[in-house]
Structure formats: C-alpha cells, structure tokens
Design a protein around this ligand. Structure first.
Ligand code: SF4
Length: 373
C-alpha cells in the first residue's frame, strides 16, 4: 500500500468518527485537556474523544469568560453551548491551569440542565511525592466509579491494564513516527505530521495503532531524499492549524521534532505496566511527565529538553507557538528564551488563537525566520 493511501486513513472528519462510534453503539466521553486518564474510559468500553483544538467563532462563550481568556477554553465552551458536544455521554475536564478550573465549573452548570454527566478530574500539582500520588489515585478511583455508572460496565484491573498496554504501544509507535517523519519531510509535511499525531485523540486507539504500524513500516522502507529546506522544532500547546502548517510548508520548513502539548507531550511518557495496581500506575504517570508547562516543574526542564532535541535532530531553529492568553506558556517563555540564547539556538515566537483567520503576522515572522536560518 502506498504511503499516501495509508496517510488518508488518518484524515477523517470528526463527524465521521462520531458517526462510527454511534453505529457501534459506543458511548463517547469528551476529554478536555490534558494528561487525562483516557485508559479508564477505554477500559469501560467507551470512546475517549479529545475536545480541544477546534477553530471557529466564539460568541456565546463570551458571556462566561472575559475577552482576554484562553481561546482553546472558550472554543470548548462555545461547543458546549451551541450543542456540538451534545453527542457526549459525559465530559472529563482536568484542572491543571486556572482557565481549565473555570471551564470545568461552567460546563458543570450548563450540563446539569442538559443531563450530561460532568467528570471533575482534580490533579495534585505536587505530583511526584507520595501524598500527591495518593491524592491522584483517590481522584482516579472517583473517576472510575463515575465512568462505570455512565457505561454500565465494571472497570476491572485487567481491563485497565489492557488499555494501558494498548496506549503505551501506540505511544511508542508515535515516538517512532516522529523520528521517521524527520527523515522523510518530503512526504510527511507539517500538515500530515499534525493530522497523524493529533487524530490519536479522536480515533479508536486500536485502529489508530494498526494504521500507525502500517505507516511506520512503509516509511522505514522508503528511500531518504535529502531535504533542501530548513529544519525546525516546534513547541507550544497546539499547532494543528491548517493555515499555520501551510505557512511552514510555503517556507520549506520541516518539523523534525516537537515539544507540543497536543503532540509529543501526549506520548513521550509511558505508564508503568504490570504493577498490580493499574490505577496507581496512572496516578504515578502524572508525576513522571517532564517539561510540560501545565505541570508543576520547579526545575523548568522544558528548555533543556528542547535544546537536546535541537542537537539530536540537527534542527536549524525553534518556533514557539504561543497560544494567546495562555499563562503557563507565557510564564515559560522568558526562561526558555534565555536558555536557548545561551546555546546560540535561533528562536521565533508567534501567537495564535482559535478564532484566527488572518495569519499574515505569523506568515511574515516565519518567512523572516526561515531566511535567517
Ligand atoms: S494551559 Fe493554556 S492553552 Fe491550555 S487551557 Fe490553560 S490557558 Fe488554555
């Protein structure tokens, strides 16, 4: 099978994915960012579906949030209010940033009227110490009980272990895909790279894993064509905008690595297997994540991790995609910039939001950056 035929399997409209779940009689649980225990949803026989990263108008959500609020959160709220998400049998919202905390409470209020269960996923920011892991385990047991009630299925430890293994397998394949994509930017363009990685949040994970095995096998076989453009590492919360990826392509920029919340932050850390207590393993996983702006990280390892990625991948520079009004990312930027400057690594920051239709400012910055590299 050709690489383009396999790639097309990942290019599915969200409406079609939902339709397929409905035809299979599967309940869908919306998962609002990030690092949520999606394995518990899968173990309950339901479909976890990411609900962050959509683009479009924000109108009614403005009644719930001030104008200077993160647009990722506002878009989720807009979809809650306009009925787009009424297909859900429940919604899980994490609480790692202040914007998400308010989002959860607003959804809870609206969904009470719609009779859609709201699943609050509290997470300890002191996630590495024993009491933090204990707290997260207790929270996940509450989440498990709610998911059992919604699905009508018991979530056994065996089922959770199976789900952990499936998700880990897909994460290892995604790590390999990122390496293969860096070798083959002539076919894995920024747009395709984004489609393949981001759709893991929506597609059935077993099916996704199967397709990714096929894609990686085909890419392993493909002859390497020397890349004449520039190589970049991207970082930020989301970079799935079609317009943004087109700008990368227009400027012959190949993404050879990323440190993006919706991409590699999702799969670079595995959950421990065969521990005898899979719920605790999921709680411990939160403590194992490094370099994420949403997680308490006094050592601020993110910059060092990216410097390492730049050196290993031979990238020419880094693009910091700042989600507008995202405090955790804004706090990281000055530390990050200082560390990259010290290493002599070129960096550009562009700002995006979920309502953006005009990318001219980003286009100009990226054109100039590409010429500098
Ligand atoms: S981390 Fe940033 S982008 Fe994500 S929900 Fe919070 S404010 Fe929005």
């Amino acid at each position: 099978m050709s690489i383009s035929t396999i790639l097309n399997k990942f290019d599915i409209k969200h409406a079609d994915i939902i339709k397929k779940y409905q035809e299979e009689g599967k309940k869908i649980i919306g998962c609002s960012p990030i690092h949520l225990p999606v394995e518990l949803v899968y173990a309950a026989g339901m479909a976890p579906m990411g609900i962050w990263g959509s683009y479009g108008e924000i109108a009614r959500a403005k009644e719930y949030f001030p104008a200077f609020y993160c647009s990722i959160v506002q878009r989720i709220m807009e979809m809650v209010l306009d009925g787009t998400l009424d297909v859900l049998s429940g919604i899980m919202v994490s609480t790692q940033c202040d914007s998400l905390k308010a989002l959860g409470q607003n959804i809870k209020r609206v969904y009470k009227e719609k009779n859609i269960p709201y699943i609050h996923v509290a997470m300890a920011q002191h996630r590495k110490i024993e009491p933090g892991v204990d707290f997260n385990e207790i929270q996940y047991r509450k989440v498990k009980a709610q998911l059992e009630e919604i699905s009508g299925n018991e979530i056994t430890d065996e089922k959770i272990e199976e789900a952990i293994k499936l998700y880990n397998k897909s994460k290892v394949l995604m790590q390999e895909f990122v390496e293969l994509a860096a070798k083959h930017p002539d076919v894995i363009t920024p747009s395709w790279r984004s489609i393949v990685l981001v759709n893991a949040n929506y597609m059935d994970r077993a099916e996704y894993t199967e397709y990714l095995e096929e894609l990686n096998a085909a890419l392993r076989e493909k002859e390497v064509v020397p890349w004449k453009g520039v190589k970049i590492v991207t970082t930020g919360i989301i970079t799935n905008s079609h317009s943004l990826n087109e700008i990368f392509e227009e400027n012959d920029m190949a993404i050879v690595e990323d440190e993006v919340a919706q991409e590699s932050r999702q799969f670079r850390t595995l959950v421990d297997e065969n521990t005898g207590n899979p719920i605790r393993a999921l709680a411990k996983y939160l403590g194992d994540i490094e370099g994420c702006s949403l997680m308490y990280d006094p050592d601020k390892l993110r910059a060092d991790m990216i410097i390492d990625k730049v050196k290993k991948s031979g990238a020419d520079g880094v693009v910091y995609v700042q989600a507008k009004f995202c405090d955790p990312e804004e706090f990281d930027y000055p530390i990050f910039k200082k560390a990259l400057e010290k290493e002599g690594i070129k960096l550009v920051m562009i700002e995006t939001d979920q309502q953006m239709t005009n990318f001219e400012q980003a286009r100009t910055s990226l054109q100039t950056f590409a010429e500098m590299l």
